[in-house]
Design a protein around this ligand. Structure first.
Ligand code: HEC
Length: 163
């Protein structure tokens, strides 16, 4: 589990909104505030880990608005947090067939496991690249690629919600 200081989160929330077109909110929406069965066990662990990824991603995005808000240390620190979850640790949160309600994980994760592994590895590669990017422009470009690797996995392996 990864945790973030409230300062990091506050900074992300108060930083000026970014007009980066890469993230539709639907692709990173959390499971909060929904009715029905509550997640337990590894499904809950997995959702918590995903929320941690989202918090890190938002913290990074919050600094990329302008040279004034840009904070290299926040970018690097949070990219490293994402990298630490991506790859093998993320795969370990998907034991075979664990997609009971309210999980949004699709069955093809396990029938298509080799490709799922590649997508988890790609997130790690992109997060590592972001962690070593220097300056606002390079960080923005690397951030865009990393965020696409979140959506690239969700598009194929996560249930698309109507709302
Ligand atoms: C290798 C595939 C993969 C990658 C890469 C990935 N995710 Fe996910 N993500 C999933 C799957 C599958 C689910 C659905 C899990 C479930 O409901 O059991 C999910 C769910 C989520 C959720 C919803 C959690 C909840 O509370 O229901 C969020 C938020 C999320 N991901 C954010 C991210 C972010 C941000 C990134 C990139 C930094 C990312 N994910 C990268 C596969 C991935």
């Amino acid at each position: 589990m990864i945790r973030f200081s409230s300062k990091t989160i506050r900074r992300a929330l108060t930083a000026s909104a970014l007009a980066l077109p890469l993230l539709t909110s639907a692709s990173v929406l959390a499971h909060d505030g929904e009715e029905g069965p509550q997640p337990t066990g590894v499904v809950k662990e997995r959702m918590d880990a995903m929320k941690g990824l989202k918090d890190a991603l938002m913290a990074i995005r919050g600094t990329l608005g302008s040279e004034e808000t840009f904070d290299q240390a926040v970018v690097t620190e949070n990219a490293k947090k994402i990298s630490a979850v991506a790859g093998e640790p993320l795969l370990a949160l998907f034991p075979q067939g664990t997609n009971e309600a309210p999980s949004e994980a699709l069955d093809n994760i396990w029938t298509d496991w080799e490709n799922f592994k590649i997508k988890s590895g790609l997130l790690k590669t992109k997060a590592d690249a972001l962690a070593v990017a220097e300056g606002l422009d390079a960080s923005k470009a690397a951030f865009g690629e990393m965020a696409q690797s979140c959506g690239g996995c969700h598009k194929v392996y996560r249930l698309e919600k109507e709302q």
